[in-house]
Design a protein around this ligand. Sequence first.
Ligand SMILES: [Zn+2]
Ligand SMILES: [Zn+2]
Length: 663
Amino acid sequence: MTMLTVDVGLDTPHEYATGISVAEIIKNVHGRKSGAVAALVDGNQVDLSFEVVSDCSVHPIIGSTEEGLYILRHSCAHLLAQAVLEFFPDAKPTIGPPIEHGFYYDFQMPAPSEEDLRAIEKRMKELVKQNLKVEREEYDIETLREMFADNQFKIEIMNEKIGDGNGSSVYRQGDFVDLCRGPHVPSTAHLRWFKLTNVSTAFWRADSSRETLVRIYGMCYASKEDLQARETLLREAAKRDHRKLGKDLKLFHIDEMVGQGLILWTPRGTVVRNELQHFISEHLNRQGYQQVYTPHIGKLDLYRTSGHFPYYQESQYPPIVERDTLRRLSDEGCSCGELSNLMSDGEIDGYMLKPMNCPHHIRIYASQQRSYRDLPLRLAEFGTVYRWEQSGEISGMTRVRGFTQDDAHLFVTEDQIEQEVLGCIELVKVIFGTLGMDDYRVRVGLRDSDSEKYVGDPASWDKAEDACRNAVKSLGVEFSEEPGEAAFYGPKIDFVVKDVLGREWQLGTVQVDYNLPERFELTYTGSDGEKHRPVMIHRAPFGSMERFCGVLIEHFGGMFPTWLSPTQVHILTISEKHIEYANKIAGKLRQEGIRVELDSSDDTIGKKLRTHRAMRPAYLLILGDDESTTETVSYLGPDREQVNGVDIQTFVESLQNEIINRV
Ligand SMILES: [Zn+2]
Ligand SMILES: [Zn+2]
């Protein structure tokens, strides 16, 4: 018998008889409960049934690792297809890859109902119990073409990927066989912790001119705990969904009659937005920003100079043409197509809803002769911009067609970049800190050294990249450098924040720009008396007020801290007798600038509590006999613990303290 030397990751290699399976080797080295779902042989992924016939290294792929999960999820996709075919024998499986958290499989089939989905899932569980062997078989392409003759999708894949004269592997479990390179788990019993989640549609090859397919999604993990953790997270996330809470808490409204992706801020939502804007403004003022207002439209020529028009037209609302021009052109019999060409060429002018605030701010800069003493000039605006998002892309407050950026443009000398970028990051740190979003990271987008697409000279780039890097380092926030992620006109910094559920949200950016000052020929007079070109920094660290508020609604689950709460105190009377006292308390609180809602209706206190709790105010005041006779208040605070008999002055002071300090 020939013996093999196998490196199993221990100090000394092991000796095995040739033909031994990697499953046996792993069992020998790591025990029966190794958690292996496949193996690496000389670094290549193989099934556990793989037989070793020469000296090599063998390492297990454990189910809970990234590679292991990939295999579990991919194997789950096969299991799904097997179950689907039992219920829908005419369904044509196409592709079924693993994805983050799970897998999907695309089928040509009628859309399954929710009931079908549950039945398919149940069947998958039964197939797991049967512990079917998952076996690899190898065939030449002619045989494969016969095996999959009734599935044109698999044939298409084969013709493209395998080609004549070659072969491929298939994986078989029970009656089901799928074209696949593998590796897979050795048997269906390895696939216990999965769940089908939803169904959507997709196009074959993601090509809208090709067949429409049904995509069934599932999630899959290596352990019960991990699956349950994910389910809990999804349940929590659904409860916090800002689209649902925004409606329940009357924070914003989206109205078909107004238009998709256009947010109507209702009074309660407006309070939240205003408080945030005040908060941000306070810090902008401290940092020497100056606020400006600019209109929502600008001439096409402005955007021709900035480069936003006619490029990027697909992501903008179409231009607005002056009435006189339109009349003249229609008298001349000009068609719509010609009109649009004339606009692109610059032969006729018009206006555009602004897609960016920068050109307007640039014209404010250029409205005066600037000297080095004026720099840095920091112009800030909560500026509303409009972008055309495809209707399929629009979602709640996070993907919209009109939004207000916490925008600012800094006009600086090259030497000032670092200090100013630092200021931007400081601001973000303070604001995230106050909102309890302490878990965030920063991405520094640098240029790709192999690419020629960048404007500005390399020495300036080096300087600007160093400035960004140093600014991030000196604040001690977690960051990563991402070569190739810079814009063509300068390096940038992105903020990615984690909410209480650990979900990541990309908010805004700080962007260095060498391009626009050039395009608009901006200058300042240096200490040498010569004209110099300033550098611009665009910064909107929270992205937009819409997106930021949407994220905050989910982060707080609708239970805003007192200072942000749309209504800070809800006063509930126990009976009619207490209305007078309640009015007095409400008046006093309002006098102190506290946002109060008073419910003196005939409803029972139980019903009132339920109704008002649902609106999630910071405080629920309950006023009855004891309170009115002793001139005190009893309340449920932000933690919803009941506190009784608090002197009204003491209550007001502690409330003011919370609000002023934004705790
Ligand atoms: Zn496969
Ligand atoms: Zn800008």
